[in-house]
Write a protein that binds this ligand. Structure first.
Ligand code: BT5
Length: 323
């Protein structure tokens, strides 16, 4: 914890700060300051030390870390309370525990590594340490469980717009919750909820964005891609996460947690599913047709060969020629 506090101090100060001043502010000895400075250097922080001037933070590692993130955040609610973990089972599971303990609206948990990352329907989310941006955010909206249908599409819209702005890529949304480039998946979203009969207690939405993967495990290589593979560049994951959180806050606040007319128009514009031949599968049910639109409840409308419209609200949709 002292290293976190030291990092905050060095990040805020931006100029040299003496060992004595640090020792006083953190309530530790000057030897301990030296020890914690070296611990940060071991983690990849470049800290210069000059006699009679003190210490100055020159650069931060590019992996997710709370000090860099805090200095970059432009949000008021989402990420005001932000926790960055070295390693965790799943950020969604971790945040759900905090949610049950009463953590505040907008809390964000990010991790450098997930050892049991979750996809939907019991599937896995695979990513090596520091290769991606993985995080979850928690909301406590005052709505009924039947009104949460806009959360995943709004999150999808926010992530898609953030990635387009941040890296210039032409990514799209594959209904309901994937971000794709061309035929491959760049990011996935898993939204979970804890609710009473008539009121939502909290919603946890978890997002995984592939950033630095040069190769993927064989089982997903045919359908997975990363920013590195698409653009040939490495990106600062702290800047990327700060940008995504800003878009999430903007999208959720400006649309009042609803799929408003503007949000739905933007979602439809960016949705790669609309206008394509799709197959919908849920359990033993299988429907094929043309995806025609998305409703203001986030449902996909599929036109069958006899012209009737079938509305689906969750489940698997494969797009012909994609996955
Ligand atoms: C998703 O599920 O796409 C939701 C993924 C959510 C991951 C985030 S990471 C932070 C937070 N904490 C968690 O534990 N989870 C969330 P789904 O639509 O079910 O897609 C899962 C499928 O995508 C898997 O069965 C694989 O086929 C494929 N997949 C797994 N890892 C992938 C990756 N890194 N990139 C692309 N595809 C992947």
């Amino acid at each position: 914890m002292k290293t976190d506090k030291l990092l905050e101090l060095l990040t805020e100060k931006k100029e040299y700060i003496s060992g004595q001043a640090i020792a006083e502010q953190l309530g530790i000895s000057r030897q301990a300051v030296w020890k914690f400075v070296n611990a940060l250097r071991d983690e990849g922080y470049e800290i210069s030390s000059v006699p009679r001037k003190g210490y100055r933070l020159e650069s931060s590692p590019k992996h997710l870390n709370s000090a860099s993130l805090k200095s970059l955040l432009q949000t008021n609610v989402i990420g005001k309370n932000i926790i960055v973990l070295e390693t965790v089972g799943s950020t969604n599971e971790y945040l759900k525990t905090l949610g049950a303990e009463g953590c505040e609206n907008g809390t964000v948990v990010a991790a450098r590594e997930q050892v049991s990352g979750k996809g939907r329907l019991g599937r896995q989310w695979t990513a090596k340490r520091d290769d991606s941006v993985m995080f979850s955010f928690l909301l406590r909206p005052k709505i009924a469980p039947s009104e949460v249908s806009a959360i995943t599409p709004l999150a999808g819209l926010a992530v898609c717009k953030a990635l387009r702005e941040f890296s210039g890529i032409d990514c799209k949304i594959k209904w309901p919750n994937d971000i794709i480039i061309g035929r491959k998946k760049l990011a996935g979203i898993l939204t979970e909820m804890s609710a009473e009969f008539d009121a939502v207690e909290y919603i946890v939405s978890g997002i995984g964005i592939n950033v630095d993967q040069a190769v993927f495990p064989e089982s997903i290589a045919f359908k997975a891609t990363s920013l590195l593979l698409e653009t040939g560049r490495h990106y600062d994951k702290n800047k990327l996460l700060a940008c995504v959180l800003k878009h999430i806050e903007d999208e959720f606040i400006s649309n009042n947690l609803e799929l408003s007319y503007t949000a739905l128009s933007e979602y439809s514009e960016l949705c790669a599913t609309i206008g394509r031949n799709v197959t919908f599968i849920r359990g033993s049910r299988r429907i094929s047709g043309m995806a025609v639109s998305v409703s203001d409840r986030g449902e996909l409308k599929i036109m069958l060969s006899d012209g009737t419209i079938c509305t689906v609200n969750s489940g698997e949709v494969t797009i012909q020629g994609i996955y």
